[in-house]
Every structure is written in structure tokens, then in C-alpha cells.
Ligand binder design. Structure first.
Ligand SMILES: [Zn+2]
Length: 248
């Protein structure tokens, strides 16, 4: 079989299709970069917010402990007043009553101090939690910085590759028959980058429908633009393809 001008078109179209597929993969990758940037920012922010929450919880425990401390102080002051009153009174009954008040207040102090101890234990347990949250927030921040710089680099590389692909495209396009190229461009989006396909056991390599004999003859001759009458894709033939059952 003589290689006609169509064969060269097909060869160039296959090169073009390969480049376009690569470009479309790169574009998809490029589009995934911003969501990745946002994700790493969200992760870092979340770790930061968790740390702030733990800090606040820790502070609240401290506030409650301080309140109890103040309460103990005011009760001690109360006891000092009762003791002073005891010294000043001449009445035995009043002296006894003040003594009971002092006992009650001491009892109350002891209960408050127990609660204070419990709070301090909780605070101790919180120290581990706080340290963990601090470490997690730091790690998330470091990871965010690394991820962002990696993404920047990836973005730059992809953009450069896309530029290179774009630069070479025009040159290939000029070598292709205008009508054939227009057909290719028209189908590029709807066929998801697979516009030119091989013949597979007498069927279209794109939609897998049985091809009409005339189209197979056209593809084999390489003189005309052969298309699948079902899906419209450009079809081509090479010697390596199985042709045994494609012609009656
Ligand atoms: Zn088809």
C-alpha cells in the first residue's frame, strides 16, 4: 500500500492528539493545585483553633482555681475576725458561738481546698493535652509551609511544560490538512481527547461499533479522511492491526 498524504496527516494528528492529551492532563493537575493549597491552609488553621481551644480550657481551669484560692483567703480572714471577736467578748455564750463559726469555716476551707486539689490534677492532665496541641499546631504550620512551597514549584513546572507544549503545537497544526484538523478540533472536547482511533477487529477503536466496509477501505487506502459513521471519530489503519474479520 502506498502511503498517501492522508497517512502523513494521521501520523501528525496522532502526535497532536498525544500532545493535547498531555496538555489536558497537565491542566487538570494545575486545577488541583489551588484546592490543595486551600486544604493545607484549612488543616493548619484547624490545628491552630484546636490549640486555642485547649489554651482557653486550660485558662478557665486556672480562673476557677484562683476563685477557690480567693475564697479560701476570705474565709481565713473571716476566721481572723471571729478570733478577734472572741478575744473582745466577755460573754461565754458568744465566745462559744464564735468558736462554732470558726469550726464551720475551717471545715468549709478544707472542702474548698479539696476541690482546688482536684482542679490542679485536672490542670496537670491538661499539660499533656496542651503540649500535644502545641506540637500538632507547629507541625501543621511547618507542613503547610512545605506543602505550599512544593505546590508553587509544581505549578511553575506544569506551566512551563504547558508553554512548551503550546509552542510546538502550531508547527504541527500547519502540517495537517485544514479540513481534517477542523474535524479534529470540533470533536476534541466531546470525545475527551480521543478523536483519532485505530480500527480494532473491524470496529471503531473509540465507540466499538462495527465499521462500514467503505470506511475501512478508505482507512486502508489512506487517501481519504475515514471516519466512523457512528461516532464521527477519525479512524486509521496500520499493518499491525488485526484485519481478519473486518471485510466480508
Ligand atoms: Zn466510532
Amino acid at each position: 500500500m502506498m502511503p498517501g498524504p492522508m497517512n502523513e496527516d494521521i501520523r501528525q494528528l496522532l502526535v497532536l492528539q498525544d500532545r493535547d492529551a498531555k496538555a489536558s492532563r497537565l491542566e487538570a493537575e494545575l486545577e488541583s493545585i489551588d484546592p490543595e493549597r486551600e486544604k493545607t491552609g484549612r488543616d493548619s488553621l484547624q490545628a491552630q483553633q484546636l490549640l486555642e481551644q485547649v489554651k482557653q480550657d486550660h485558662m478557665q481551669l486556672e480562673v476557677r482555681r484562683k476563685d477557690l484560692e480567693n475564697e479560701v483567703e476570705s474565709r481565713k480572714e473571716q476566721i481572723r475576725k471571729y478570733s478577734q471577736q472572741q478575744l473582745e467578748t466577755k460573754k461565754n455564750e458568744e465566745y462559744q458561738a464564735l468558736g462554732r463559726e470558726i469550726d464551720h469555716t475551717r471545715q468549709a476551707i478544707s472542702e474548698i481546698e479539696d476541690r482546688e486539689l482536684e482542679l490542679m490534677e485536672q490542670q496537670d492532665a491538661f499539660k499533656t493535652k496542651l503540649a500535644d496541641a502545641e506540637r500538632a499546631a507547629e507541625e501543621a504550620k511547618a507542613s503547610e509551609a512545605t506543602t505550599l512551597s512544593n505546590l508553587d514549584e509544581r505549578e511553575k513546572n506544569i506551566e512551563r511544560e504547558l508553554d512548551e507544549l503550546d509552542d510546538g503545537r502550531g508547527e504541527i497544526v500547519t502540517t495537517i490538512n485544514k479540513k481534517t484538523f477542523a474535524h479534529y478540533e470540533r470533536l476534541l472536547d466531546s470525545k475527551e481527547g480521543r478523536v483519532i482511533v485505530g480500527i480494532d477487529h473491524g470496529s471503531c477503536g473509540g465507540c466499538h461499533m462495527k465499521l462500514q466496509t467503505q470506511e475501512i477501505v478508505n482507512a486502508k487506502s489512506g487517501r481519504e479522511m475515514a471516519t466512523c459513521t457512528n461516532c464521527g471519530r477519525l479512524i486509521y489503519y496500520t499493518r499491525e492491526m488485526v484485519m481478519a474479520d473486518e471485510l466480508d
